[in-house]
Design a protein around this ligand. Structure first.
Ligand code: ACO
Length: 432
């Protein structure tokens, strides 16, 4: 980071000099850390839309140009060449692993995939119809109760083993919550399978017959996980960082991130997209009324899978996923009317003034659900698949924050707009 000329803020007659920070890709920030101390002023920024809370070396994205890079490597290259665990290693360590490093890493992850046997009862405690995101957040929280000796974020051994345990155990948790909801037997992890194939096996195999992992499915899921692996300071990563900034352990911090991801404006949108496409098909397939509703200011309806806080041109992940959706459906020989409707919707929206003016483009969630459907995942599992993919990012963000000596507890200010001081009123004197 280099220093540029300082910025000057004038408020009334007073001037305040503020340092300027420049990132390695030329991003410029005005450092307001000392502004309140010097002036009593705070800044007001809804949704942190204009606030950089941290310096980070993990992910670079340029929303105007549709660029996304993990540790400097373009997402397009990683999606094409890497395995998910290779990307997880890259995000956590800042460099691509050598062959022996990757083999050791994969071996360690593989040997932590089992859950403690008594943890089975945790899944059995949930209602069968529980949403898998809620179960996942609870199960990740529960990990802290199984490994109390490895929770101290200041202990390098504890951090390392927790990061590996989390990455290893989440697919098992997801598969087991799915199996429990279906009254199907739990399938134990298999060490002879890679990360993605093992997950598919735990999800879809039966003890009574052989299950062959379809290479088309496993390749596409590997790509989808990589595309979701990190996205710098998004809602869930920020949640993980804020919770972790109070020195909460990794499991508690990431469980909070899972909750953040579950909302329909964030990761929950992939489920929302398919539900929206289903209602369009159910209503006869006409997209016009849905586009009209999305444009109506008085209607809260939004086109799910459209728009992004940062991408104002295109979402590079959506472009890769669209291509994969077409390929996967063709290879699996599955025609899905939802894909047709999705492509029509994209075409209409991209040519519509409302969406053009507001720079609303398909985001990562727009096509991913269509592939998940073709792979046999039920709709309510889509956001959980996003969560598996996002784990390396949450872990890397938490780790970077814990290592950074300048980290401070996340604690924003507010502008109080409530009542001024007033005195207590006895019950008999209060009006209705
Ligand atoms: N359909 C219709 N109108 C939209 C949409 C949409 N999908 N998205 C944004 N707009 C409109 C808003 O109404 C607003 O209009 P206004 O300026 O007239 O008030 C304008 O575009 C800007 O939208 P904001 O909500 O202010 O943008 P913000 O950056 O806060 O939100 C978000 C981004 C949450 C992604 C939003 O575009 C949205 O709700 N999209 C649908 C849900 C979705 O797909 N979420 C997944 C995002 S990707 C991810 O998190 C993994």
């Amino acid at each position: 980071m280099t220093r540029r000329e300082d910025a000057v803020l004038r408020v009334g007659e007073q001037e305040y000099t503020l340092p300027v920070i420049v990132g390695s890709e030329g991003e410029i920030a005005v450092d307001i850390n000392r502004l309140r101390g010097a002036s009593g002023l705070v800044t007001f920024d809804r949704g942190f839309a204009n606030t950089a809370e941290t310096k980070s070396a993990i992910t670079f994205l340029d929303g105007e140009q549709g660029i996304l890079r993990y540790r400097g490597y373009p997402i397009e290259q990683l999606a094409e060449q890497a395995t998910f665990l290779e990307v997880a290693y890259l995000l956590a360590n800042g460099r691509l692993p050598s062959r022996p490093q990757l083999d050791d890493y994969a071996d360690e992850i593989t040997h932590h995939t089992m859950l403690r046997e008594d943890m089975k009862h945790l899944f059995e405690a949930f209602p069968k119809e529980a949403h898998p995101m809620h179960i996942l957040a609870s199960a990740i929280s529960a990990l802290a109760t199984y490994y109390p000796d490895a929770l101290d974020p200041g202990d390098p051994w504890a951090k390392d083993i927790s990061m590996k345990r989390l990455l290893a155990k989440v697919p098992t948790m997801v598969a087991w919550s799915f199996r429990y909801g279906r009254n199907q037997p739990f399938v134990y992890p298999r060490n002879d399978l890679d990360y993605v194939a093992n997950f598919l096996n735990m999800m879809f195999s039966f003890p009574t017959e052989n299950y062959e992992v379809d290479p088309t499915v496993s390749k596409a899921l590997n790509v989808l996980f990589i595309l979701h692996a990190d996205h710098e300071q998004n809602c869930s990563a920020t949640t993980v960082r804020v919770v972790g900034s109070g020195h909460a352990n990794l499991f508690s911090s990431v469980a909070a991130g899972v909750h953040a991801l579950s909302g329909p404006l964030h990761g929950g949108a992939n489920q929302g997209v398919v539900e929206m496409l289903e209602s369009i098909v159910g209503a006869g397939g006409g997209i016009g009324p849905f586009v009209q509703r999305a444009k109506d200011k008085d209607d809260p309806f939004r086109l799910m899978g459209f728009g992004h806080r940062v991408y104002k041109n295109f979402d590079p992940r959506a472009q890769i996923i669209k291509r994969y959706a077409q390929e996967v459906l063709a290879k699996l020989d599955t025609a899905d009317p939802l894909l047709e409707v999705a492509m029509q919707l994209e075409e209409v929206a991209l040519g519509d003034d409302y969406f053009i003016e507001k720079k609303l483009y398909p985001n990562v969630d727009f096509y991913s659900g269509i592939i998940y459907r073709a792979m046999g995942f039920p709709t309510e599992l889509f956001t959980v698949l996003f969560a598996i993919g996002r784990l390396p990012g949450w872990i890397a963000q938490w780790h970077e924050m814990q290592q950074d000596p300048t980290t401070r507890i996340g604690r924003p200010r507010q502008i109080y707009v409530g009542e001024p001081k007033r005195d207590w009123v006895a019950m008999e004197d209060r009006s209705a």
